[in-house]
Design a protein around this ligand. Structure first.
Ligand code: CDP
Length: 777
């Protein structure tokens, strides 16, 4: 009844400019903070003299590393059980690192006063190329860690190396390819910031900030700062895009809190665009080497991968704690492969920390890109059509639930159907014929195919936690006497439309209009505990919680309806959104009628409480596994190297779609993101560690100009473990699309003998590839 193409409820305020973001928060007596950042990528701090800044007439406090060290707050734990400097005390370890925090009467004076702080640095050699981080003579970045003599962070392995090696030893064909998934940035429209208000009288701390995980932030503040958890309130108001970059706690948030405690007044800190790009969490930065062993007729038998992961100066990766390389396990992709093995080594470099799941479920984007590029490399080696090669190796529908060679259980799917649909929509055979004609004329047209499987909806809590907090999420539902409902959830939308879709879930389950359901989120005082929104986990986890809590309310309503009808609850059936006596629809009672009765003097059976509400905590039994087949068509200008994406066909399967319009919007955004990463985005550094992309002049985001008119298709394979059969979708397109674009460009460049080219495929990079290779028809 309520699932369907409903317009987004939240747009009523957004399109009127009435959103309420962190920077819109204004409190009486509020002060403003600004951060002094390091100009060096690696330098020892000799001295910090803040006296001139303190003397500025509008400055109320200057906080430096040593101030925090006195409070035991100079370092904070990261989400990966490392430590990160809040304000540097000993050394700076990346350009843009936080060194001092000024609190002033207005934002301009705070910025002005930064200029008055005198920091003496002794520059050190920087480690910028991850491939040199483990050299014996590389400077040790984390000499703050006791006994540390190198830049090694972790080693992680998955799969069966011996079995894979054995298959490689007897393989008819093997291919190998080095590739880089470059460092990119989530670059949300709204930068990060916080308003902290510590009330000295009540001891209550309120923090507004655009966090994707308000409850986790509150618990961590309590654990680290020793403040009582019930005296902390984290409010995450409207968020202008998160994409994984707003999961962690940034030094600026801590500084705003300390600033408020020190001054006794509320303190607002908002970073600017350059600060956001230079210092908040990056994504990817995986140097990968993939290998495939196959038969000559195109049967993939084994895959091996080696990864060097650049984690920056502090290991601040946001992902379930036991998974240092996230969910990279899905590197065997959507294919039925006998053996797979992968080894990841993480290293420190003098770059910003992070490694967030930028619109992806914890490193799945890197994994999908790797396997999808490798399959194309194999297709080139075998001289086979890449779509045909995929069809030959995709997991077959009857193999679900499918146990992957790294031990994950893919829940459901019909992969060949999705790929065939994409090929039909694209007119694949005709495209290949057109390509042959154009190639004969010296024109560069490319067709790129990719297939992806995502794994979204972390936990279950038994296997997945963030710093010991199990990944399960609560929901509370209350139906008021007039039949209007309030759903409280722990996750937090950053633009994905939860206020609409979660209301639709409740509406569908209770037989009331979605407009009659208010969704409350983003405020720890108002919502049940849960781990929040990232890795497309909202619908798989909180969406499931919303359905289950609604069903609990519906069962309570059944008892109330039975009392109203003087019947036994067992004699009632739920039909057309009403409880009615079996076979007698005229007796049907709507949720509004039942709600009023539940709040009235109606006599209820012994032990049944009045009113109509319920709570639940949903611990997902498994991840959900959305998938899709993408086909991209590009034209490359041989003279300039410019790539034009002519067409993009995307067939997605995210199980049951709650709101198809929102799903399509999510896919559109993700596809644009994918084009951005494939063709223009990279966080580049010079050899001294100077950041070369600290503004949108240099760090390029895709616009409508670079995007074709998307051609979408869908298949629906419900998730067997989700109460309404839904799988997550928020990140599918970002995960699946970069490989399709790169495969298309490499396909276009095939006449030059090109097998691979690293992202971003900017005109300059493509031009270099073209000019480094002879054209062969
Ligand atoms: O966690 P996040 O919200 O980023 O991702 P998601 O759970 O995949 O949901 C993105 C948006 O698409 C939400 O508004 C979902 O409720 C909606 N959605 C849907 O309508 N049907 C699905 N099967 C999956 C998501």
């Amino acid at each position: 009844m309520s699932h369907g193409r409903m317009h987004r409820k939240e747009d009523a305020r957004f399109i009127r400019g009435r959103g309420n973001y962190t920077d819109d928060v204004r409190l009486p007596g509020m002060l403003y903070g600004a951060i002094l950042r390091s100009p060096y990528a690696h330098a020892r701090i000799v001295s910090v003299d803040a006296s001139a800044a303190e003397a500025h007439p509008k400055v109320r406090a200057v906080i430096i590393g040593q101030t925090l060290a006195g409070l035991g707050l100079a370092w904070m734990p990261t989400l990966s059980r490392d430590t990160q400097a809040v304000l540097a005390t000993d050394k700076v370890r990346f350009q843009g690192q936080e060194v001092a925090f000024v609190v002033a009467e207005d934002a301009y004076s705070a910025r002005d006063a930064l200029e008055l702080i005198d920091v003496e640095y002794e520059p050190l050699d920087a480690v910028i190329d991850a491939r040199k981080a483990l050299d014996p003579d590389a400077p040790v970045i984390r000499d703050d860690l006791e006994g540390r003599t190198d830049n090694h962070v972790f080693d992680w392995e998955a799969g069966d190396g011996e079995r894979a090696d054995a298959l490689f030893a007897q393989a008819e064909v093997t291919v190998a390819q080095d590739m880089l998934y470059p460092r990119v940035h989530p670059a949300p429209l709204e930068t990060c910031g916080a308003v902290a208000d510590f009330d000295k009288v009540t001891g209550k701390l309120t923090v507004w900030c655009p966090t994707q995980a308000p409850h986790a932030h509150r618990t961590l503040y309590a654990m680290v700062a020793g403040l009582p958890e019930h005296k902390i309130r984290v409010i995450s108001p409207d968020i202008g895009g998160g994409f994984g970059g707003k999961v962690g706690i940034y030094p600026g948030y801590v500084c705003a809190i300390v600033g408020s405690i020190v001054t006794g007044r509320p303190v607002k800190w908002m970073e600017d665009r350059s600060e956001n790009l230079m210092s908040t969490s990056f994504a990817r930065d995986y140097h990968m080497r993939g290998e495939i062993a196959a038969t000559r007729d195109g049967r993939i038998r084994a895959i091996r991968v080696k990864v060097l992961a650049d984690h920056g100066a502090f290991n601040g990766t946001a992902q379930p704690t036991k998974f240092p390389a996230g969910f990279f396990h899905v590197f065997s992709g959507s294919y039925d492969i006998e053996a797979a093995h992968c080894a990841v080594t993480g290293v420190y470099t003098n770059k910003a920390p992070g490694g967030v799941a930028y619109a992806c479920s914890f490193r799945i984007t890197e994994a999908v890109y790797l396997v999808e590029r490798m399959v194309d490399v194999l297709a080139a080696e075998l001289g086979m059509d890449p779509a045909e090669l995929r069809l030959r190796n995709l997991i077959r529908p009857e193999q679900f639930p499918y146990r992957s060679p790294t031990g994950w259980e893919y829940d459901s799917g019909d992969y060949p159907r999705a790929l065939r649909l994409a090929m039909d929509l694209a007119g694949y055979d005709k495209l290949r014929a057109e390509q042959a004609d154009r190639r004969a004329r010296g024109e560069l047209m490319g067709i790129g195919v990719s297939f992806f499987t995502e794994a979204v909806g972390a936990g279950p809590r038994k296997h997945m936690d963030i710093l010991g907090l199990g990944m399960a999420d609560g929901a509370e539902l209350r139906v008021h006497p007039t039949g209007k409902a309030v759903l409280r959830v722990s996750c937090q939308t950053q633009g994905q439309g939860h206020e609409t879709t979660f209301a639709q879930i409740v509406g569908q389950e209770l037989g009331i209009p979605a407009d009659d359901v208010e969704v409350v989120h983003g405020d720890t005082d108002q919502t049940p505990f849960g781990l929040g929104t990232y890795g497309s986990r909202s619908t798989p986890v909180s969406g499931a919680a919303a359905a289950i809590v609604s069903r609990k309310v519906r069962e309570r309503a059944r008892i109330v309806a039975a009392a109203m009808l003087e019947a036994s609850p067992d004699d009632l059936e739920w039909a057309d959104g009403r409880w009615a006596v079996v076979g007698d629809p005229a007796t049907g009672r709507s949720m509004a009628e039942i709600a009023l009765a539940a709040h009235s003097d109606l006599e209820l059976p012994e032990g049944v409480e009045g009113h109509l509400d319920a709570v639940t905590v949903y611990n997902p039994p498994n991840l959900t596994y959305p998938f899709g087949a993408y086909i991209c068509v590009v034209d490359v200008d041989p003279g300039t190297g410019q790539v034009k994406v002519r067409r993009f066909v995307a067939v997605d399967d995210c199980g049951v779609r709650i709101n198809p319009m929102i799903v399509e919007g999510q896919i559109h955004g993700g596809l644009a993101d994918g084009i951005g990463m494939a063709l223009m985005q990279v966080m580049a550094f010079d050899e001294d560690g100077n950041h070369l992309g600290a503004s949108f002049m240099d760090y390029l985001l895709p616009t409508a100009m670079e995007c074709p008119s998307w051609e979408l298709g869908e298949t629906v394979t419900p998730s067997p473990t989700h109460p309404i059969g839904a799988k997550g979708v928020g990140e599918s397109a970002t995960v699946g699309s970069p490989a399709a674009v790169v495969n298309a460009v490499v396909d276009a460049l095939a006449p030059y003998g090109v097998r691979h080219a690293d992202m971003p495929l900017t005109p300059a990079n493509v031009w270099r590839v073209i000019n480094g290779n002879p054209f062969r028809t």
